[in-house]
Design a protein around this ligand. Structure first.
Ligand code: CAA
Length: 240
């Protein structure tokens, strides 16, 4: 069945692949982005997917952004919280701004978007929410107290909302990708990254499509018995 899907951070990186996968699955997709107009325009032209600019860290911006999505495409039945940033630095050098930015964008966004779509999903008796967490929220990572805290927070958020939503036809799951070949991972110093890849049993970085395929599976109408789960896609780097 064709549904309306909102993918935050949906024009670049893993979100780019998720938006395309959901379109290929037959859904009407809204790809949110925050600032990179050039990438968003190129993405929209190449894919035919509608793009919506708003800051997921800002509740009121989400309110007007999601309203625009619903006016143009219809009520959001599928929500993928993918938007995220890193500000990697050891805690003893971390500024309050580096802490707050990551918590607000990566974790605060989940409250903002879910809060704004959950009442409609409950009223319609259907919803699929997928939160893109990270291997580093599961195992911790040097230089990422902010990011690991946000990504671990998403896992608790996922389970609590799954419990609240289970009786209403809404599933809430998390995907925890490992190191995927995206701009975010390319920003890690080459020497540091070399050491990380050496510890991935599959022997390579992941592909964005390998995460998108998990999301496509979780949002399918047939996946209604899977809720509160965290699915890892990390090449065997961390087994929970
Ligand atoms: N474990 C233990 N010690 C480590 C270490 C590690 N993983 N990494 C570095 N160290 C040590 C270094 O050897 C160094 O020791 P000495 O002072 O004795 O030489 C000390 O810690 C300081 O290290 P750096 O010189 O690297 O410190 P820095 O301040 O220049 O850089 C950093 C810190 C920016 C956090 C850098 O270590 C780094 O980039 N780490 C990788 C962070 C990472 O994996 N980010 C993932 C981004 S992608 C992503 O997050 C997507 C996803 O979901 C997976």
């Amino acid at each position: 069945m064709q549904r309306v899907a909102l993918v935050t951070g949906g024009t670049r990186g893993i979100g780019h692949a998720i938006s395309i996968a959901l379109k290929e699955a037959g859904h009407k997709v809204a790809a949110n982005y925050a600032g990179n107009d050039q990438a968003a325009t190129k993405f929209a032209a190449e894919t035919g997917i509608a793009v919506f600019k708003f800051d997921v860290a800002d509740f009121h911006a989400c309110e007007s952004g999601i309203k625009r999505v619903e006016q143009e495409l219809g009520p959001v039945d599928i929500l993928v919280n993918n938007a995220g940033v890193t500000r990697d630095v050891m805690l003893h050098k971390m500024t309050p701004a580096q802490w707050q930015e990551v918590i607000a964008i990566d974790l605060g966004s989940c409250f903002n978007t879910c809060r704004l779509v959950i009442e409609g999903m409950r009223a319609r008796g259907f919803g699929r929410i997928v939160n893109i967490s990270s291997i580093n929220g599961q195992k911790g990572q040097f230089g990422q107290t902010n990011y690991a805290a946000a990504k671990a927070g998403m896992l608790g958020f996922t389970k609590a909302l799954a419990l609240e939503s289970a009786a209403k036809g809404i599933t809430v799951n998390a995907v925890a990708p490992g190191y995927i070949a995206t701009e975010m991972v390319a920003a890690v110093a080459p020497k540091v990254l070399e050491g990380i890849v050496a510890r991935i049993p599959v022997g390579r970085l992941g592909h964005d499509t390998e995460v998108a395929d998990v999301v496509r599976f979780l949002v399918d109408d047939g996946a209604g018995f899977i809720t509160g789960s965290t699915i890892t896609a990390n090449g065997g780097q961390y087994m929970t």
